[in-house]
Design a protein around this ligand. Structure first.
Ligand code: ZN
Length: 174
C-alpha cells in the first residue's frame, strides 16, 4: 500500500467528470487500498474520491466515524429531507463551509465482488456520501457557499483570505 498525493484546489483535474469502473481488477483494489491509506494518514473523519489522487474513476473511500466504506460506481437512488452543516475537503485544506444537503440518502454501489449493495445513510454519513459523489461530477463544496471559516479557529475568513479560494467556485444549480 502507498499513500498518494492529494490534488489541491486549482488543479483542473478536480473539475473532471469521473468514469465508471468497467471491471474490478487487482489494479482497482490497489487504488482502493492506497486511498484508504491516504485518508488514514490524515487525522479525523475523511473521505476521498479517486479524482482527488488524479484518477478519474468512480471510486470513493470514506471513514466518517462509522468505519471504512468503499463505493464503486455509486449512485444516489433516493434522497429526502434537509440538513445544513460544516464541510471540509482534503483538496481544500484549512477551510470549512456550511453546506445544505439532503438529510437522508440511499445509495446503490458495487462492492469488491462486483455485487450491487444498497447503503442507507443519514446525518454525517449522508453528508459525506453527497460530498464525495459530487467529486465524481467535478463539483466541490465551495461551489455551494459564499463564506468560508477557518478549520482551526472556526472564525469567518477575511475577504483577502477567502476570495482566492472562492475564485475557484463554479455555481451549481439545484
Ligand atoms: Zn472533498
Amino acid at each position: 500500500m502507498a499513500e498518494r498525493i492529494i490534488v489541491r484546489l486549482g488543479d483542473p483535474v478536480l473539475r473532471e467528470v469521473s468514469k465508471n469502473v468497467p471491471a474490478i481488477t487487482a489494479h482497482t483494489e490497489k487504488i482502493l487500498e492506497d486511498m484508504a491509506q491516504t485518508i488514514y494518514a490524515d487525522k479525523g473523519r475523511a473521505g476521498l474520491s479517486a479524482i482527488q489522487i488524479g484518477i478519474p474513476k468512480r471510486l470513493i473511500v470514506m471513514d466518517c466515524g462509522s468505519g471504512l466504506i468503499e463505493l464503486i460506481n455509486p449512485q444516489i437512488v433516493e434522497k429526502s429531507g434537509e440538513q445544513v452543516g460544516p464541510e471540509a475537503c482534503l483538496s481544500i485544506p484549512g477551510v470549512v463551509g456550511m453546506v445544505r444537503r439532503a438529510a437522508y440518502v440511499k445509495v446503490e454501489t458495487l462492492n469488491r465482488m462486483g455485487e450491487t449493495v444498497t447503503i442507507e445513510a443519514d446525518d454525517l454519513l449522508a453528508r459525506c456520501i453527497q460530498h464525495e459523489l459530487d467529486h465524481l461530477e467535478g463539483i466541490l463544496f465551495i461551489d455551494y457557499v459564499d463564506e468560508l471559516y477557518s478549520a482551526k479557529s472556526g472564525k469567518k475568513l477575511k475577504p483577502q483570505d477567502a476570495n482566492p479560494i472562492l475564485l475557484h467556485r463554479r455555481r451549481v444549480v439545484r
